[in-house]
Design a protein around this ligand. Structure first.
Ligand code: SAH
Length: 233
């Protein structure tokens, strides 16, 4: 079933306007067709009531409240020097099942926190676009950007993806836990000091076979492996 994002409400009805209206027209849905409409953080099975000039009205029939899959994977992604690469990171992370993405400012990555903060709105829009495409129950959240030195992982199993520690592979992971944190370095990798700091904060190294992956690939591969090997639901 097609999924759209509401742009407002009119009484009990959900309004599909602006770009979402263009999307609706491109999908060629007709009056009476059923749609999933995401509105104010909730997803509704809805029926298309009417198509007006520039917007459409939908009637919500029932809330679709699917539990999130387990385990929870949160991605601590060092912001790449090439900032635009974050868009690939977001799309892939969302598709593979990341719950929360936290942009991290690292030594060899993009440095300016204020510019990263300005990007948040665009990144949240991309997360919503991916939510429509991959039919996850909730959009991937994007957290406030932080510096690597500030990280305090709250997950049961915090991991740092480390292409130098070939002894710690996926097979040695404990795959029975409820939450995993995955930290990914930028294009130029993490510095030795950063890896040391993360280890002192409880992050365990994880190596992905067999080759060195690009930063925009590594987090998605780790997430897909964890979701499928440790996953339920
Ligand atoms: N330029 C670096 C590679 C950086 S790849 C080098 O030459 O080593 C960017 C990030 O992706 C790394 O910091 C690491 O966190 C992750 N990564 C890439 N490939 C990986 C692998 N095979 N195993 C674990 N982590 C990997």
């Amino acid at each position: 079933m097609e999924r759209l994002i509401c742009t407002g409400k009119e009484g009990d009805f959900l309004v599909i306007g602006d770009q979402e209206f263009n999307h609706l027209k491109a999908l060629r849905v007709k009056k009476g067709d059923r749609l999933e409409v995401f509105c104010e953080g909730r997803l509704f099975l809805s029926v298309l009531l009417s198509i007006e000039k520039g917007y459409a009205l939908c009637k919500p029939l029932e809330e679709i409240d699917i539990p999130l899959p387990e385990p929870e994977v949160n991605l601590y992604q060092c912001v790449p020097l090439e900032l635009k690469l974050m868009e690939e990171v977001i799309d892939r992370a969302s598709q593979t099942g990341v719950n929360l993405l936290i942009p991290v400012v690292c030594k060899r990555g993009f440095q300016r926190l204020s510019i990263v903060e300005e990007k948040l709105e665009r990144w949240k829009k991309l997360s919503l676009a991916s939510f429509k495409q991959c039919k996850r129950p909730k959009p991937m959240q994007i957290g406030r950007p932080i510096r690597l030195s500030e990280i305090e992982a709250k997950e049961e199993v915090p991991l740092v993806l480390d292409n130098f520690s070939a002894e710690a592979d996926v097979k040695s992971l404990e795959l029975t836990k409820k939450s995993y944190g995955v930290l990914v370095g930028p294009e130029g990798g993490l510095s030795v000091e950063e890896v040391e700091l993360l280890r002192s904060k409880g992050f365990k190294p994880l190596f992905l076979r067999p080759y060195v992956l690009r930063t925009e690939m590594a987090g998605a591969v780790a997430t897909a492996l964890i979701m499928n090997l440790a996953g339920k639901g």
